[in-house]
Write a protein that binds this ligand. Structure first.
Ligand SMILES: NC(=O)c1ccc[n+]([C@@H]2O[C@H](COP(=O)([O-])OP(=O)(O)OC[C@H]3O[C@@H](n4cnc5c(N)ncnc54)[C@H](O)[C@@H]3O)[C@@H](O)[C@H]2O)c1
Length: 418
């Protein structure tokens, strides 16, 4: 049996993975009552294709919302922590770890150590956090790691919009642990699935691997964005063609990584901005000021200024601007750190007051999160095209590919998709 603290993208996907694929009993715990209530109605609190069907099947079958945390964690051999670790520059390394410590407090207060239970940290935490902060915190409360309880870092690599695929095909598991008892418990948990690729490493390596991965992805996007601006300034270069040709280099073959070698516009969402920021800070605190990470972050942060400058150079303030795309990436309703917010905000500050906005699934989330923006939301794709004078594409949704073939409106495409 397993208990899981935090029922966001990572917690729910993890819970349903063990319930569905490993046929294990899983108890879910979340401090957000609205989220638990929604889940209890068999509805996901976010958009994730196909995952809701597994929830419908597994809720109250193998997956239960906890009604008594103490009982449920003491039924469990594994206690997963999947809570949020948001960006917060007032905290050490620029990441707020309070939810991790709140969950730990709750676990350590209630845990019965008469049998060996393992705490598994799935949340992304900056390298050295477990070794320097979490392990001493647990030991200060009188627990001996490896004897009373197990402690392991098991970072998550899922992609929002593809959570179901992660359940179907878990192709990489990283287990970071520094003692043999924890390792053998994690082997019991994962090793019976022979298709999984499991890597046993120490805490620091497990944490670093997650940040290495996100830094690489962010670097590829920022490199591509920067090159698209170089091309734009040189003039008369078809940026989409140039990147399509680059991606057909045989060395990429059919690998999905090619998708990151594309000037899609600002990378946003929850993970890349905060993880890059944290890795930069942790490295700086350990004596190395990484120019590569710093520039990747700056290129991303400065992109919206460039977008607004470009729109201002092409579009009169009186024009009706139709924004296409509000989520930070396609196939997701996640609007955290989305480029559309910054661009719309800055356009309004520059007296562009005729702004319309459309997204296939994210309008309601965007409206709620950014209620200060005075713009008109249009729920129909054809209607926004008809009502706008100029269209600005900010999220690389497939739906927008046909925009030029179905209208003769001017299109400014910051995703270089069309
Ligand atoms: N979203 C992704 O694509 C992704 C991918 C890999 C790793 N991660 C990492 O995984 C972690 C979780 O990400 P997410 O996207 O699932 O976050 P999320 O914000 O969607 O969900 C986190 C959940 O934790 C809950 N929570 C907070 N404190 C709690 C506590 N003390 N006890 C119980 N529940 C608590 C919140 O209410 C929330 O529902 C983060 O560290 C993130 O960086 C996210």
């Amino acid at each position: 049996m397993i208990s899981i603290f935090g029922l966001g993208f990572v917690g729910i996907t993890t819970a349903l993975y063990f319930a569905e694929k490993k046929n294990m009993i899983v108890y879910g715990i979340d401090v957000d009552k609205k989220k638990s209530d929604k889940l209890s109605e068999k509805k996901l609190p976010f958009y994730e294709p196909k995952l809701e069907n597994i929830l419908k099947k597994q809720l109250n079958s193998n997956f239960f919302l906890s009604s008594n945390i103490k009982i449920d964690i003491n039924r469990s051999k594994y206690i997963f922590i999947c809570v949020g670790t948001p960006l917060d520059n007032s905290c050490v390394y620029g990441v707020n770890l309070s939810s991790i410590f709140n969950a730990l407090d709750e676990i350590l207060e209630k845990i019965d150590t008469s049998i060996f239970r393992t705490i598994v940290i799935k949340s992304s935490i900056p390298p050295t956090t477990t070794e320097q902060l979490i392990k001493p915190y647990i030991e200060d409360k009188g627990f001996v790691i490896g004897k009373d309880i197990g402690l392991c870092v098991n970072p998550e690599f899922l992609r929002e919009g593809h959570c179901y695929d992660e359940i179907e095909n878990l192709n990489r598991v990283i287990v970071g642990c520094n003692d043999e008892n924890t390792k053998s418990k994690m082997q019991e948990l994962y090793d019976n699935n022979k298709d999984d690729k499991i890597y046993y490493v120490n805490y620091n390596t497990a944490e670093f691997t997650k940040y290495l991965s996100n830094s690489l992805l962010a670097n590829l996007i920022s490199f591509s964005n920067e090159m698209s601006i170089v091309a734009d300034n040189l003039g008369n270069i078809n940026i989409k063609d140039a990147f399509d040709i680059i991606k057909n280099d045989i060395r990429w073959n059919e690998c999905e990584m090619r998708n990151y070698v594309h000037p899609i516009g600002k990378y946003g969402g929850y993970c890349l901005p905060k993880d890059l920021n944290a890795l930069y800070n942790v490295s700086k605190k350990h004596g190395f000021n990484s120019r590569m990470l710093k520039d990747t972050i700056m290129i991303n942060n400065e992109l919206e200024e460039y977008f607004v400058k470009k729109i201002k150079s092409k579009v009169d303030q009186k024009c009706k601007i139709g924004i296409l795309g509000l989520s930070f990436k396609p196939n997701s309703d996640d609007i955290r750190n989305t480029a559309s917010y910054y661009v719309i905000k800055k356009l309004i500050e520059n007296n562009y007051n005729n702004i319309l906005a459309y997204d296939p699934i994210s309008i309601d989330n965007f409206k709620e999160a950014y209620s200060e923006l005075k713009i008109k939301y249009i729920y129909d794709y054809n209607e926004i095209i008809e009502k706008s004078d100029v269209l600005v594409i900010l999220t690389i949704w497939d739906q927008f590919k046909n925009v030029k073939s179905i209208s003769n409106k001017e299109v400014i495409d910051f995703t270089h998709k069309i």
